[in-house]
Design a protein around this ligand. Structure first.
Ligand code: HAM
Length: 414
């Protein structure tokens, strides 16, 4: 009974502290770049994702928490947020002009995935999306923001890998070449890949089956089929990134697992946890807004997994205790009532104080304080009450001073 649903976890203690630190850093950096927060519902109509992430993708095929609500409508718990943000932009008519829209989000996503380290069925993403700019400059700006955010958190072993997946117009030639390659070795591919090659050959490249990955050696590369404008776009982005001192690596095999990408696709890999693994992914999706019924609007963005990021951060920063407020320990009924009145005045002045309200005796209260990592106790007994002071105990040093009530907030700030 007392167990969370498989793949879903509770966040508290130091891990929660890491999440908060990451979120605070994200909000600060993104606001500097003019991005505003958007929060969309957890539940969306199923069509939002079927039509955007793609019918042939693993996310839609195998991983969605999809069910009928009590009104018999098919809904899903969002597996990602790009499609939902696009849905919101269209619904609120925010893309009717060519004004740019710069947005970010922080929230839980849901995918019924096989369990692995750092992979959950409810996981958290931080994402950023820009609407209204088709330029490589928009992408470079957004990537600088991303790297300032990650490096601001202390991550060092980061690698940006980059590709262009072209446009829907340039894709048929690649598909034809790829299908010819596939047909020549079709016996080596799994059943899923036979389905994928008909629906969307790019999904074959994502197959996790080892046999398929071996059979894929020497496959035609999408980069060899780019139209001139996509190629020029890609070259320009590389120049901009080089100018900004943002190192990158080209990966012509990078196609991503969602259907909506056009031109730039990228991932950031981290080896801060030893083996290199994808920390985030994103790219341009110029066709999606129109595809979901909105005005033709270029767009670009990415999303990062907060769970993995927090794991890396924990490894980078080492053991650290969660900072605690001062613990106010009243002794006796009179002091207990007075403690609340005093604390209220200190809180109003911005002081951080937790009140011991169990009526515990001093010995027990101090044992608790030590166990929970408090570093400062403020003891209030009858004697202190009479003199208008607290006995301020430094729990690490074991020393004690008398502080007048009025000076407590200033003393705690020191
Ligand atoms: P995605 O690659 O599916 O892209 O997910 C982005 C990141 O979310 C992954 O790199 C990973 O860190 C994290 N993630 C995905 N699944 C899990 C999981 N089960 N457990 C923990 N973390 C996970 C997208 O979602 C796109 N919406 C990104 C985007 C935004 N493209 C354009 N704009």
């Amino acid at each position: 009974m007392a167990q969370s649903v498989k793949g879903m976890r509770d966040l508290f203690g130091p891990v929660m502290g890491d999440f908060q630190h990451i979120e605070d850093t994200a909000r600060r950096v993104f606001a500097q770049h003019g991005y505003g927060e958007i929060r969309t519902p957890i539940l969306e109509y199923t069509e939002v994702f079927k039509r955007s992430v793609g019918d042939s993708s693993d996310i839609v095929n195998k991983e969605m928490y999809e069910f009928k609500d009590r009104g018999d409508r098919s809904v899903v718990m969002r597996p990602e947020n790009t499609a939902a943000v696009v849905r919101a932009m269209i619904e609120h008519k925010l893309l009717q002009t060519s004004d740019p829209q710069l947005l970010y989000y922080i929230g839980p996503m849901f995918r019924y995935e096989r369990m692995q380290a750092g992979r959950y069925r409810q996981f958290w993403q931080i994402g950023a999306e820009v609407f209204g700019s088709a330029t490589p400059e928009c992408e470079a700006e957004n990537l600088v923001m991303l790297f300032d955010f990650l490096q601001g958190l202390g991550l060092k072993q980061l690698k940006l890998t980059l590709n262009s997946v072209g446009t829907p117009e340039s894709r048929p030639a690649f598909y034809a070449a790829f299908r010819a390659f596939f047909d020549a070795r079709e016996a080596q591919f799994c059943g899923d890949c036979h389905r994928r090659v008909a629906e969307n050959p790019m999904r074959v490249l994502d197959c996790k089956n080892e046999g398929c990955q071996t059979a894929l050696q020497g496959h035609p590369l999408i980069t060899d089929f780019l139209d001139d404008a996509s190629r020029a776009h890609h070259e320009r982005l590389k120049v901009l990134l080089t100018n900004l001192g943002l190192p990158f690596e080209e990966n012509p095999r990078l196609v991503r697992g969602l259907d909506y990408y056009t031109r730039t696709a990228f991932e950031v890999l981290s080896s801060d946890l030893g083996a290199q693994s994808a920390l985030l992914g994103g790219g341009r999706y110029d066709g999606l807004v129109k595809h979901l019924g909105g005005p033709d609007t270029p767009a670009f963005g990415w999303a990062i997994g907060l769970d993995r990021l927090a794991m890396i951060l924990a490894a980078v920063r080492g053991e650290q205790s969660v900072p605690r407020p001062a613990l106010l320990i009243p002794m006796g009924e009179k002091a207990a009532a007075e403690a609340l009145r005093l604390a209220r005045g200190w809180w109003a002045q911005g002081a951080a104080v937790q009140v011991e309200t169990r009526g515990a005796n001093l010995k027990k209260a101090l044992q608790t304080a030590n166990r929970q990592g408090f570093t400062r106790a403020l003891i209030l007994g009858d004697g202190e009450l009479e003199q208008g002071v607290v006995a301020a105990k430094d729990l690490a040093a074991g020393t004690q001073e008398s502080w007048a009530f009025a000076e407590v907030p200033a003393r705690l700030k020191d």
